[in-house]
Design a protein around this ligand. Structure first.
Ligand code: ZN
Length: 560
């Protein structure tokens, strides 16, 4: 059959995604179907499969996750079991998820249930005729040992991981089949509808998916359809690029809401693929949902990335005329056409996304292509500014190359401005309880103190609060030191030296300000909390006007 001719099953975008575009590949791509909970509606399912096959040719196999049997399946099943009816395609199913269904699976380690329908077993890996490697885990998670016959435990997960990872050069599997969703799969991803992925699902499956790196992961049991944005399996800038994972949850067969329960897809086995092709990152790729939450879910803690931001510090307004030139290139939507990667969208209101209605726009002083500059609300001094990405990025670690480059351009421009005013520039960033990157830039008059004084003030005050600051040499990169998603604080001195702290817990939110406001530096300790520094709207507008005027000669965004 023709590639791409797979029908659009139950609406939505065409699900087929041939991952290899290389014309030299002469092997026809194997076609698979995946299905959610069948719940004993065998006729509905197989009639649908027949219709699809009639239209689009044969598929290699049908993979069923979730409950294959239902409470009313007995009579219908009898017809398949006795050969009166027959599945039109080689069908593989997972095992029982409750005591009632156990009776349908005569051999817990896998067996043919009837012609063309095979129970895979409790856990394992099999390689289909097409060469696709398919890992599977039956049942629901159990914390008790011994587990009931319809459950898996951490031992099962460990042994499954060990089986696969013992093979040399293990890169991942093509497909992972589980019945429950992995816990936390919605982290960093698109909305998962009614399902709260922080609360429901199995954390053992999250661990399994993290280690097995499936290209496709199918699950069910939640009676809904959810296709998560693909997520990456490597840590950016720390590990070599790997393929992405697509998590797809399918609804139950014949559900009245017409939610999608069948998914057609077509991939070349991982082992046959060209590496460059395999590791290509789609434009909508997200962070790995399990890298942090998977571990912390087990200890009952939530990922830091999900914590609420405390009262937001700064507000912006865009109603004024600044940034007029760049807005025509898409700046007003916060997404520039030059930006190859769409920034992640905030989960709620954000005070820093330039396109956000929450933004108080009168404080914005310059708008570039990827970043903008704004006066700090309640700033330590009149020219305390922030460098912010236009799109919603949490920290410098998440930024793409173009955005990083423009952050550097802004840093450079601001440094030059302050130098011309006889001030040195101190920058700091706190990636902790903060959802949108804010790089704080505070000018310190040269006569006030030396760079060494500033450095010492940070080190001494950090020691007093048991904060471990690491010195990072000039020219080294925060992106290489911090891990995506892991909270940190750093300060950058005007010499380019940086002091870095990996936040483990309870970091004082105003630490950077406190040090700069202390007697050792600016000597305005009353101003260490921005909320103590209210300014009227008129004052803020006047300060922003003044800053724009002074910054203009240095503002690359205003050239053209
Ligand atoms: Zn934002």
């Amino acid at each position: 059959m023709k590639r791409g001719a797979v029908p659009n099953v139950l609406g939505g975008p065409l699900p087929i995604r041939p991952h290899s575009q290389s014309a030299s590949v002469s092997i026809s791509l194997p076609q698979q179907l995946a299905c959610g909970d069948v719940e004993g509606k065998f006729d509905v399912l197989f009639n649908r499969v027949r219709a699809i096959q009639k239209k689009s040719g044969n598929f290699d196999l049908l993979l069923c996750v979730g409950d294959f049997f239902g409470s009313t399946s007995s009579t219908e099943w009898e017809e398949y079991k006795t050969g009166v009816k027959k599945a039109p395609i080689q069908t593989y199913v997972l095992g029982a998820n409750d005591q009632e269904a156990v009776k349908y699976f005569p051999d817990v380690d896998g067996c043919e249930l009837t012609e063309n329908i095979t129970y895979l077993g409790r856990k394992g890996v099999f390689t289909g005729a097409s060469g696709l490697q398919i890992a599977y885990l039956s049942g629901t998670e159990s914390l008790a040992e011994p587990a009931p016959p319809y459950s898996f435990t951490s031992k099962d997960v460990c042994s499954l991981k060990a089986t696969l990872q013992s093979t040399s050069h293990f890169k991942g599997v093509d497909i992972l089949l589980t019945s429950p969703w992995p816990k936390g799969v919605g982290n960093f991803g698109n909305a998962s509808g009614d399902v709260d992925t922080k609360k429901s699902g199995s954390s053992l499956i999250s661990h399994l998916a993290l280690d097995l790196k499936p290209r496709y992961h199918f699950a069910a049991l939640e009676k809904t359809h959810y296709e998560r944005l693909p997520y990456r399996n490597h840590i950016v800038l720390q590990e070599t690029a790997q393929h992405v994972t697509r998590f797809i949850a399918l609804a139950n067969v014949g559900n009245p809401e017409k939610r999608k329960y069948l998914y057609a897809f077509s991939i070349l086995p991982l082992n046959l693929m060209d590496v460059a092709e395999l590791v290509k990152q789609p434009p909508d790729v997200t962070e790995n949902p399990y890298r942090k939450s998977g571990k912390e879910a087990l200890s009952g803690r939530q990922g830091l990335a999900l914590q609420e931001e405390p009262a937001c510090q700064f507000f912006f307004d865009l109603s004024k005329k600044q940034g007029k030139k760049r807005q025509s290139t898409g700046g007003d939507k916060g997404v520039s056409p030059k930006q190859p990667r769409k920034p992640p969208q905030p989960l709620g209101p954000c005070w820093f996304c330039l396109a956000s209605p929450e933004v108080e726009k009168h404080l914005v002083v310059s708008i570039g292509t990827h970043c903008y500059l704004a006066l700090a609300k309640g700033g330590l001094c009149d020219d305390h500014v922030l460098i912010l990405p236009i799109g919603h990025y949490q920290s410098v670690v998440d930024l793409s190359k173009e955005v990083v480059e423009e952050v550097e351009k802004y840093k450079c421009a601001v440094r030059q401005l302050f130098k011309s005013k006889g001030k040195r520039c101190v920058l700091f960033e706190r990636n902790y309880k903060s959802h949108h990157l804010q790089l704080q830039v505070v000018p310190i008059p040269l006569g006030c103190c030396t760079t060494d004084d500033i450095k010492e003030a940070f080190i001494v005050q950090a020691q007093e609060q048991q904060i471990e600051l690491l010195e990072i040499p000039e020219h080294s990169d925060i992106q290489q030191i911090a891990q995506p998603g892991a909270p940190y604080f750093y300060v950058e001195l005007d010499t380019g030296e940086k002091l870095f702290h990996r936040i483990k817990k309870n970091f004082p939110l105003h630490f950077g300000r406190e040090v700069l406001a202390s007697e050792a530096i600016l000597n305005i300790p009353d101003m260490s909390d921005w909320r103590q520094c209210p300014r009227s709207r008129e004052e803020e507008e006047a300060l922003a006007r003044l800053f724009r005027k002074h910054f203009e000669p240095f503002d690359f965004a205003e050239e053209d």
